[in-house]
Design a protein around this ligand. Sequence first.
Ligand code: 2P0
Length: 321
Amino acid sequence: MTKTARAHTNIALIKYWGKKDATLRIPLMSSLSMTLDAFYTDTSIEKGTDTNEFYLNDKKQSLANSQRVFNYIEKLQQRFNLDKENLVIKSTNHVPTAAGLASSSSAFAALAAAFCAYYHIDADKTLLSRLARIGSGSASRSVFGGFSIWQKGDSDETSYAYALDEHPKIDLHLLAIELNTKQKKISSTRGMKDAQSSPFFKPWLARNELELNKMISAIKDEDFTVLGELAELNANEMHAINLTAQPEFTYFEPDTIQAIKLIENLRHKGIECYYTIDAGPNIKVLCQLRNIKEIIENFESEFNNVKIVSASFGPGVTYLD
Ligand code: 2P0
């Protein structure tokens, strides 16, 4: 009996960048994201034999590369008082390498859902979000489509995502721009821990509720300008904190700055677009349908061999068998 689930990646417009409890992945702030149609992970679980096996994109993974997955599975087996058993887990990432998007959000949302299906656990979406959160914080939001909010809560029971609007009408598109394929040097888990040494971390945290509420209003009002300006500000706040951590670090590369300048120039020319940046050097452009073509042309003429993938709203978790 094989059970398969699909989850899409999400991009945070109000970022999660700090944990209150690292084991349970309880965040210090609430976050809000857009689930993306273009990028997803399919994960199946079936009964194993002598050992656990993990395949990623049809390639059997080493023990070391499988550890995070099976540590997570073991945690869930314990939580539901299930006997420890060997499983074969197969994941296919439909996240083009060109996207420069992390796949842990879709990966752990799909894995949590496949786990529940395999063990016949009747998990509602709130429980599914809590279970996905334990695998990777951002995965809690990928349980839902459209816009979702991960309310920080203060315990395993109260820290989960919910849907703000699964079928948004706002004209909002994301262009994932691959500028720099270098492996990131600092994992998100590490980066968000180190960022807390910045003198600006606490002031940023104090702004979380205000920024979240403003973003919710922008979405309800379908106000692309407010949404874009605030998403850009929030991303820059996160990166400013990294730059002021002790010791400082940054995910920016020279190409990142050049891309920021290009977006500023496009705005001066009247092409409205904004950027957001996660734990890596690549930029994601937020724009409206009518400007996609021109923005892509501008990036292609400024950067050699740039790869660009366009996305809009995707659905929440689905079960494939
Ligand atoms: C986010 N990021 O809200 C933020 C913004 C990256 C920058 O969540 O440690 O893989 O597994 O809970 O979810 C990426 O970090 O971190 C992330 P863990 P995760 O999307």
